[in-house]
Design a protein around this ligand. Structure first.
Ligand code: ATP
Ligand code: MG
Length: 283
């Protein structure tokens, strides 16, 4: 399927920084986080392209489609992204699509399905930044590591940490062979509920311990907020101030959280984005 959005203006080698949102567990916030990060980067002046690797759900694709529809209906213009869904069955074809869509772009964002998927595994080996959103629950944690029932100490790594370990090994070879950046694996806690202080502390402790063994770092993610469930039909994000109507009255803290999340990913911003970055941060 052809990408939606304009081709990039710059020619030459594709240098887009690849951000892959991945977790085999379903419903951990991959698509929600991916869209918000993509639009936050666009607000900072970056050119962002996205590929949705879940041809069944197409959450990211449909989110961005809804966003375009809102722009059309309301006759407004919003920062956005070029986007496509990959629904084929050939890794080389996916690589070609990624090259093509990211030509002239600063970032290429992949959203992957919440299940074991060959294409998700493949793009993990091509990532510069790999983001794994995790709900604040030991059910989600179990994919990464198993904990003792009494002490919540980590007993051993689980299969998904091992899948990522393999991906990192392959990615490491590319780093050397192709002179790429090192892969940065970031686990992002999503749907954090601050009323659950004891659970938060336990998960925090177990994650800290696991991060050293599995080789990821931890970034602060988004809290549990109803607004994230309500934005999809309009394709709007927390950052689209002035367009959110009833939804947008009191989300200052949520926006700060989102900015904190983007900052925590430590992405390389294009220099032309600095002015917009400063403007965005000031508002
Ligand atoms: N911070 C949040 N607060 C409240 N609801 C959230 C939050 N993040 C995600 N959700 C909701 O949780 C559900 C799952 O989120 P999302 O679709 O982003 O997860 P996913 O990991 O992409 O799922 P899948 O594995 O099925 O692709 C959605 O209904 C979404 O609106
Ligand atoms: Mg999804």
């Amino acid at each position: 399927m052809l990408p939606v959005g304009k081709p990039g203006k710059r020619n030459g080698p594709v240098t887009a920084h690849r951000i892959v949102f991945a977790n085999e567990k379903g419903g951990t916030g991959k698509s929600t986080t991916a869209v918000h990060v993509a639009i936050a980067l666009a607000y900072q002046g970056a050119n962002v392209a996205c590929i949705d690797l879940d041809p069944r759900q197409r959450t990211l694709y449909r989110y961005l489609e809804n966003r375009m529809e809102t722009e059309r209906k309301r006759e407004i213009s919003l920062p956005g992204a070029r986007f496509a869904v990959y629904d084929g069955d050939d890794v080389n074809e996916l690589d070609d699509m990624a090259e093509q869509i990211a030509q002239g772009y600063d970032f290429l964002v992949f959203d992957t399905p919440g299940r074991d998927d060959a294409f998700a595994r493949h793009v993990a080996t091509t990532a510069d930044t790999l983001v794994t959103p995790l709900n604040d629950s030991f059910v989600d944690f179990d994919l990464l590591g198993q904990v003792e029932s009494e002490t919540f100490k980590v007993k051993k790594l689980s299969f998904y940490a091992e899948v990522m370990w393999e991906a990192r090994k392959k990615r490491g070879l590319k780093t050397i062979a192709e002179g790429r950046r090192d892969l940065d694996w970031v686990v992002v806690r999503n749907r954090v509920q601050h009323v659950e202080a004891r659970n938060m502390r336990r998960i925090d402790g177990a994650l800290q311990e696991l991060s050293k063994r599995a080789g990821f770092r931890i970034a602060a993610g988004l809290s549990e907020r109803v607004i994230f469930r309500e934005l999809f039909p309009s394709g709007l994000t927390l950052l689209d101030k002035g367009h959110l109507g009833d939804l947008g009255t009191s989300h200052l803290v949520a926006r700060q959280e989102l900015r904190g999340l983007v900052a925590g990913l430590k992405l390389p911003m294009p220099s032309r984005g600095q002015t917009e970055l400063a403007l965005a941060a000031a508002t």
